[in-house]
Design a protein around this ligand. Structure first.
Ligand SMILES: [Zn+2]
Length: 506
């Protein structure tokens, strides 16, 4: 029992973060990397919630070797749908939940506590009749009355749930309080083979602290997400939990199965695919997490790294600043590098990626791992299913007071060109695109960042568009900032229209 299981819910709770909308291929890429990294459980979706979630749970279940969980309410149709999605999984887990706090029972469920207990009995029993591995969550546990909560978990355990999850759904708990709360629940059940789990939200910035307090109190599963993305302020961040346990092994005396060298590449992959940037000061994986600025600190570091560093960049797989490959690198070296970075490409994909890499080498003297990742993610991997719009070409003319742009898109296989004027070249290009598509989404956010830190760096644009109450993030990288801005807009439009089709079906 000195092992903490890492339950990753990036694809379920993380995907609920505002503006995030991953397609099936993107979910599969994340799941495969999580599996290679060594997480114990991947929660891939909520099969009854949408067809997209159902397909994601099914595809992830068939693709990875770790446990795959599908979320379900206690309703029969939810549980049957989760079971159906998990049929092809090597290790399926049905994750059944119902709320247990007075406010949720009264206003959301409109059920009495006795009715909730009956639901737990019925739901967990059905799940257990279908799958060996059943997890039960009492939603809003931290705001539930503890005596009722004990009864709820006891009922779930009697019906066969082997993992009992205690969520701090609204991020309300405080570490000391939450640790004692979890300990009281564990003690109430006596010694048993049950695994206690926690699921904490970051509304007060305490998700990781609360999770670790619960681990110290006996919890042996932590639910978390890459970069801490999730509903509202997000979830406990996977990399913070894993590195706290590793760096302070002297304190916790516990291990996880995660290979920490995958943490940084994983963080960048999720950031790139979701369009959510990693703040530079983010613990463990932020770009400044290992940057030493003050002279006194630098002097100390030169004498002994341990003066100001409790973990090393290599431990978390953060890249060294040295350049990786350049103009004279051959396809063999490129293939090896791509493999090292965790990509498995077909020969055709590799050929296309190598061509893009060579093009980039002509425009940029040093090509870093981040640049290669940007090429692979954007161009080779984003052959999105049901992709409506493809950017073929553009031209812009801009002066200090006016700008004109002409853009050619392929729309459902047909080439269309239009032109427009604007205050600047990007605005003009966006108007030209709107004329082609006949859509006029609202631009809610626009950002351009450098992928790596040099003057000839790739510029990566991310934009958030909203249309008819739906919003989507798009991103694109190019050595030309206007090209990235236009690419990101088209990317967001594709996500928006893909999303609209899902909503239409629901
Ligand atoms: Zn949650």
């Amino acid at each position: 029992m000195n092992r903490v299981r890492i339950f990753d819910t990036t694809l379920r709770d993380g995907e609920q973060a505002a503006g995030v909308n991953l397609n099936l291929q993107e979910k599969l890429r994340i799941a495969q990397r999580l599996d290679q990294m060594g997480v114990d459980v991947i929660e891939a979706g909520f099969p009854a919630a949408s067809d997209g979630d159902f397909q994601a749970v099914k595809a992830v279940g068939e693709a990875v070797s770790c446990t795959v969980a599908g979320l379900a309410r206690t309703r029969e149709q939810d549980i049957l749908r989760a079971f159906e999605a998990l049929k092809g999984a090597a290790r399926p887990r049905i994750h059944v939940f119902i709320a247990t706090s007075p406010i949720h029972m009264e206003y959301k469920l409109k059920m009495t506590p006795q009715e909730v207990l009956a639901e737990i009995r019925k739901g967990v029993r059905l799940a257990k009749s279908l799958a060996e591995d059943v997890e039960f969550s009492a939603e809003d546990a931290s705001r539930s009355e503890i005596d009722f909560l004990k009864e709820a978990y006891m009922t779930a355990a009697e019906m066969g749930a082997s993992t009992l999850n205690v969520p701090d759904t609204v991020g309300y708990a405080q570490p000391e309080e939450f640790g004692a709360f979890v300990k009281a629940l564990i003690d109430s059940m006596g010694t048993s083979s049950l695994i206690w789990s926690v699921h904490c939200h970051d509304d007060l910035g305490l998700a990781a602290a609360n999770s670790l307090a619960a681990v110290a109190a006996g919890a042996r599963q932590v639910e978390c997400t890459v970069n801490g993305i999730g509903e509202r302020a997000g979830n406990a961040s996977l990399e913070e939990i894993v590195m706290a346990l590793k760096t302070r092994r002297d304190f916790f005396r516990l291990d996880t199965g995660v290979n920490t060298r995958h943490l940084y590449p994983m963080s960048r992959l999720v950031s790139r695919l979701t369009g959510l940037p990693v703040p530079p000061n983010k613990a463990v994986v932020g770009d400044n997490a290992f940057a030493h600025e003050s002279g006194i600190h630098q002097h100390g570091m030169l004498s002994n790294r341990n003066t100001y560093e409790i973990m090393s960049p290599e431990d978390v797989g953060a890249p060294s600043s040295s350049l990786v490959l350049g103009k004279h690198s051959g396809s063999h070296a490129f293939r090896e590098r791509v493999k090292e970075m965790g990509y498995h490409l077909s020969d055709q994909e590799l050929k296309e990626a190598f061509k893009l890499f060579k093009d980039l080498c002509d425009r940029k003297k040093s090509v870093t791992n981040e640049d290669i990742e940007a090429i692979l993610e954007d161009r080779v991997m984003s052959t999105m299913e049901g992709c409506r719009y493809e950017l073929l070409s553009f031209s812009v003319q801009a002066s200090s007071d006016t700008a004109h742009a002409s853009v050619t898109l392929k729309v459902d296989g047909e080439e269309k060109t239009d032109a427009a004027a604007g205050n600047g070249p990007v605005e003009a290009a966006y108007r030209a695109i709107d004329r082609i598509t006949g859509l006029s989404p609202e631009l809610k956010e626009f950002r351009i960042t450098a992928v790596s830190g040099s003057a000839d760096s790739l510029g990566e644009a991310s934009v958030e568009l909203s249309l008819n109450g739906l919003s989507a993030l798009g991103r694109w990288a190019s050595t030309d900032v206007i090209g990235s801005a236009i690419g990101a807009y088209v990317n967001a439009l594709n996500r928006l229209t893909a999303r609209e089709r899902v909503v239409d079906r629901a």
